[in-house]
Design a protein around this ligand. Sequence first.
Ligand code: HEM
Length: 122
Amino acid sequence: MKKLTFALFIAFWASAGTIAALAALDGGESTEAESDPAASEATYTLAEVAEHASLDDCWMAIEGVVYDFTDYVPAHPTPPTVLAPWCGREATEGMRTKGYGRDHSEAAWTLAERYRIGRLAE
Ligand code: HEM
């Protein structure tokens, strides 16, 4: 009887230990992802951004964030030639001035977030 009690004792703690270890592993992963989403975001150099410098493949770096605006280009409310010079470049000036000294609206900045693909490498 003592042997059985001892075996049950070991079995209980072995499974409790396994469950605790699995919970710790699980929790570890999700808190990392939730507390620091930037850690998993891609980074690109300006040289990489520069490889996408045409209207049918148009990336821009704006205030440290990299965007792929290829799908947005045809929807922009100007002829595409207005965007063309900024594809493949650091385009903060274009976004902040529209080429004539006026910042884009809040709505435009919010829209841009949809096209975010990563951050500019430091
Ligand atoms: C970086 C180069 C860009 C330049 C030079 C530029 C320039 C312009 C110009 C000239 C206008 C029309 C005139 C006006 O509304 O004041 C305009 C309007 C607009 N653009 Fe751009 N644009 C650029 C990038 C973008 C991007 C990346 C987005 C969004 C993804 C965007 C969204 C809009 C929107 C929504 C409008 C309507 C007016 C507003 O909300 O401010 N533009 N842009």
